[in-house]
Design a protein around this ligand. Structure first.
Ligand code: NDP
Length: 483
């Protein structure tokens, strides 16, 4: 085993283990090798983590925000200093190529810590004049927040949740995906080294059951989930029963619309990034590429030529551009969508099969002549499979782009900026790009609408989701009582 951590969990500033918990194996999906063996958290460990978080939170909330920020800054510096080791760990755990993890994972986590470290000390309330009297508001932390992560961006997801939670005075118990348990533990160690008091960031391993236990526990004041729509429905229902606020970052089937006046090379590059980066395992991917009929032949020709040059291989080799999918089981699911698309009459332009090498690798795949009713145009595949659809008119493409239960993201490529803003204004999506795709800087709020979720991560918007407002009425005169 190549990445065995000291123990499975991190609770109250130290490693924790209970070997009676079910075994969880982390597999390097490029080779099938087991790189770590951990145990699921038992109820006793869940209890310990929540108690530790509860005990630590009040003192943390009472600290000066600038002091909280200083600790997060130190953690960010440690993440950056250890970027290579963390990226190698993330590559082993997820299979994503090192070429990506070196720039996109721990680095974006550090961005979040730096951003919210600086934000912490700027949070203020309002004063509200009321004639003789007045009122003011305070922004208070919520208490113990639970974070539940997906497997595609494990350390980024952990940081996107922990950074605002901690900056604004909360504690966090985080459960990574069972598929990618490792980097959250490395983050917990870094927080401890940066001086974060024990109990404020705890990591529990486990499958859905551990997440469900966190969702329903009365010690948890707020829940933030990154995952699929079916899991989102379950977690939101559990949280709703207890009237707990939740942030839901769920799946998508996002449209990327390419008008006939677009810069075609840029549009091709963006469509490739929007479908093949991280082997297509990105929630906000533009997996329904609507190409205007006038440019479709040129678009497909350039797309096929550039896609043929993508280098798949050992993800630990920095020259590799395409790694394996997260697991053999997931690859089988994605190949099932490919078979279904062929059976439903979509035209395979390239790819469509696993790569001729060991590991869960799949060739980048493009289907053309996809129609709105095909399964490939309706369901989230979460693999390197692009569906290209044709359109003629602006109104038509907007209506078709919106005809989905999802609403995470959308993109428009055109040189006509009036049209770009007009179209974006009518698309039902939480995160949009004009002449760009999938850029998610921490300064910009990120999240979805419709079945893709609610709440926002990052940007100023995150303040709403990790604090609550207390209103204070200040009586400055005599009490006017009629009795
Ligand atoms: P899942 O929904 O399968 O799992 C997400 C997390 O929830 C995992 O940690 C999982 O545990 C846990 N979980 C499962 N069941 C429950 C439950 N009943 N109660 C509480 N927690 C539970 O998603 P994946 O991990 O397969 O990730 C892929 C999905 O995530 C895609 O749909 C993708 O679009 C979405 N996603 C959304 C993003 C966004 O920001 N909008 C970003 C990234 C991904 P375990 O897996 O360990 O069993």
């Amino acid at each position: 085993m190549r990445a065995q951590p000291k123990a499975s969990h991190f609770i109250s500033g130290t490693w924790a283990e209970d070997p009676t918990g079910d075994v969880i194996e982390s597999v390097f999906s490029a080779t099938g090798e087991v790189i770590a063996r951990l145990h699921e958290a038992t109820p006793a460990l869940i209890d310990r983590a929540l108690d530790a978080a509860l005990a630590a939170q009040a003192d943390w909330a009472a600290r000066a925000p600038v002091e909280r920020g200083r600790i997060l800054q130190r953690a960010a510096a440690l993440l950056r200093a250890r970027n290579r080791a963390l990226s190698e760990l993330e590559t082993l755990d997820t299979g994503k190529p090192l070429q990506e993890t070196l720039v996109a994972d721990a680095a974006s986590g550090a961005d979040a810590l730096e951003y919210f470290a600086g934000f912490a000390a700027t949070v203020t309330g309002q004063t509200i004049p009321l004639g003789r009297d007045m009122a003011y508001t305070l922004r208070e932390p919520l208490g113990v927040c639970a974070g539940i992560g997906a497997w595609n961006y494990p350390i980024q997801i952990a940081c996107w949740k922990a950074a605002p939670a901690l900056a604004f005075g909360n504690a966090m118990v985080f459960k990574p995906s069972e598929m990618t348990p490792l980097s959250a533990l490395a983050l917990a160690e870094i927080f401890a080294e940066a001086g974060l008091p024990a109990g404020l960031f705890n990591v529990l391993q486990g499958r859905g059951g551990v997440g469900a236990a966190l969702a329903s526990d009365p010690r948890v004041a707020k829940l933030s989930l990154t995952g699929s729509v079916p899991t989102g429905r379950k977690v939101a229902a559990a949280a709703g029963a207890a009237l707990k606020p939740v942030t839901m970052e769920l799946g998508g089937k996002s449209p990327l619309i390419i008008f006939d006046d677009a810069d075609l090379d840029n549009a091709v590059g963006a469509a490739m990034l929007a479908n093949f980066y991280s082997s297509g395992q990105i929630c906000s991917n533009g997996t329904r590429v609507f190409a205007h009929r006038a440019v479709k032949p040129a678009f497909l020709q350039r797309l096929a030529a550039r896609t043929a040059k993508i280098v798949g291989g050992d993800p630990l080799d920095e020259a590799t551009q395409l790694g394996p999918l997260i697991s053999e089981a997931h690859l089988a699911r994605v190949l099932g969508y490919v078979a279904g698309a062929k059976a439903e009459g979509a035209r395979l332009v390239c790819g469509g099969a696993r790569l001729e090498r060991p590991g869960a690798f799949m060739a980048p795949t493009v289907f053309a002549d996809v129609t709105d009713s095909m399964t490939l145009a309706r369901e989230e595949v979460f693999g390197p499979v692009m569906a290209v659809l044709d359109f003629d008119e602006e109104d038509e493409v907007i209506a078709r782009a919106n005809a989905t239960e999802f609403g995470l993201a959308a993109g428009v490529f055109t040189r006509d900026l009036a049209r770009a803003h007009r179209v974006i204004g009518r698309l039902q999506a939480g995160t949009c790009w004009i002449n760009a795709y999938n850029l998610t800087p921490v300064e910009m709020p990120f999240g979805g609408v419709k079945a893709s979720g609610y709440g926002r991560e990052n940007g100023h918007a995150a303040l709403e989701h990790y604090t609550r407002v207390k209103s204070v009425y200040l009586g400055l005169g005599d009490v006017d009582a009629p009795y």
